[in-house]
Design a protein around this ligand. Structure first.
Ligand code: NAD
Length: 433
């Protein structure tokens, strides 16, 4: 059978991320014997909007950027998913990311569907003014399909709380009153949640702790997540730098971190709070004095206990999988391991914490932010973190239970756990008309 399915492949099927997501969905569908009608519907998004986003650049010229918002499945509730600013963004990649959001929200039990957005732009080449103009015009262009009970964007690669503030303000200006619930990942001052900025990285580290305990419990060699454990982090952005800091605070040796400009390595462990100070000044990790340089490729191949790919998708592929030595690989990023590389890693006995589980902390606390906003009642950071830990623990348990029930890989198990709930909901709602 064609693993890409028969529907719409000419339109969606142009990115590796989308193709890999469909292959992995099909594997989950085959393993759980999913109703083929449901599988077919899940392979394509419900709705996609492509917009032209014209802005005036600082030099006075006008440039038109291409933007997207894709809603993959909204059976369980409003769409939820980040906005990515990156030069390689395209419709297919955004569709693949939206699909992952559907499974992630379902897996962790949220009343939300899967969506994603993006603009094909290199955010590092924009001035603050240009970034603001781009964000505001994009918000206006997609305004008819977003809203607190329709579809709620959040930050992703290349965007942060400031972009969410501009989106919230633009959406609110157009309606005439403040509508904070239209986005999550906002600054605290305008309705953001304590702990949201750290939630994804924090959740990544919770899953690593669960993985180590789980491996020990089933009698496999497991790192203790203490001073004897070595860690490498690929990508030092919103997810990677928090994950690095949190796992450093557990006493582990974070021997290498990297960003798009390259990496740094110290076999005795990096002082991550100091690296963060350096990064906040220089906007890159390369040049940090207490370390030697390392390439991104070599960082991925380090013989560490835990590898956290937290940058972009498709970094561990058929081409470099033979070099990967980490025992636990925690997918902080979405889709960092291609499906063929994943098979090889699993055959070699690496323990993979799949993206839809590993990085779900962000959408969980986004959901908390949305709930707090609706109630106009805000929680302490301790409450947020405690609830996050509870939801992540339940999701981890759900995935290992499915994994042992079907004797499948962790990726397949995580997708099955997400699809099981969605399948029941889709069958109950039925097919309109
Ligand atoms: P970010 O833009 O804050 O950081 C991305 C980091 O990756 C930066 O350090 C950048 O320099 C680095 N990078 C980019 N290209 C690279 C390359 N080719 N090699 C090495 N490093 C590279 O983005 P983020 O929000 O941290 O997101 C990272 C990943 O996590 C993405 O896959 C995103 O979809 C996923 N994710 C993010 C969140 C969130 O809450 N931000 C939630 C879930 C999943």
């Amino acid at each position: 059978m064609d693993p890409h399915g028969s529907l719409g492949s000419h339109l969606w099927d142009t990115s590796d991320l989308y193709r890999n997501s469909v292959i992995q969905l099909q594997e989950a569908a085959d393993t759980m014997r999913l109703d083929p009608n449901i599988a077919e519907r899940l392979k394509v998004p419900k709705r996609a909007l492509i917009v032209s986003v014209p802005i005036r650049l600082d030099d006075g010229s006008i440039r038109v950027f291409e933007g997207y918002r894709v809603q993959h499945n909204m059976t369980l509730g409003p769409g939820k998913g980040g906005i990515r600013f990156h030069q390689d963004v395209n419709l297919s990649e955004v569709a693949g990311l939206a699909m992952l959001m559907t499974f992630k929200c379902s897996l962790v039990g949220l009343p939300l569907g899967g969506a994603k957005g993006g603009i094909r732009v290199d955010p590092n080449k924009l001035s603050r003014q240009e970034a603001q103009a781009l964000t505001r015009r994009y918000t206006t262009e997609i305004n008819m399909i977003i809203g607190p009970d329709k579809d709620i964007p959040a930050p992703d690669v290349g965007t942060d709380a400031q972009h969410m503030a501009w989106m919230m303000d633009t959406f609110s200006q157009e309606r005439g009153f403040a509508i904070p619930g239209v986005v999550t990942g906002k600054p605290i001052e305008i309705g953001g949640s304590l702990g949201r900025a750290e939630s994804t990285g924090r959740g990544v580290v919770y899953t690593i702790q669960h993985a180590a305990k789980h491996l020990a419990h089933i009698g496999q060699a497991a790192p203790k997540i203490d001073g004897t454990t070595t860690v490498a982090v690929h990508g030092f952005g919103k997810v990677g730098n928090v994950a690095a800091l949190e796992i450093f605070h557990l006493g582990t040796k974070v021997v290498a971190v990297s960003d798009a400009y390259g990496g740094i390595y110290n076999k005795n462990g990096l002082n991550i709070p100091e690296v963060m100070k350096y990064f906040n000044v220089h906007r890159k990790v390369v040049g940090y004095p207490e370390a030697e340089p390392i390439s991104n490729e070599d960082l991925l191949a380090l013989p560490v206990d835990v590898l956290i790919p937290a940058a972009i998708d498709g970094v561990i592929t058929k081409a470099n999988v033979g070099r990967i030595k980490a025992k636990i690989i925690a997918e902080g990023a979405n889709g960092p391991i291609t499906s063929d590389a994943l098979k090889e890693l699993e055959e070699r006995g690496a323990f993979i914490i799949p993206d839809v589980l590993c990085n779900a902390g962000g959408v969980i606390v986004s959901y908390f932010e949305w709930v707090q906003g609706i109630q106009n009642f805000f929680w302490s950071e301790n409450e947020v973190n405690a609830k996050l830990a509870e939801v992540m623990a339940a999701a981890f348990k759900k995935v290992v239970d499915v994994q042992s029930r079907y004797q499948c890989g962790m990726k397949t198990a995580a997708l099955i756990a997400g699809v099981e709930r969605l399948n029941r909901a889709m069958l109950l709602r039925g097919l309109f008309p």
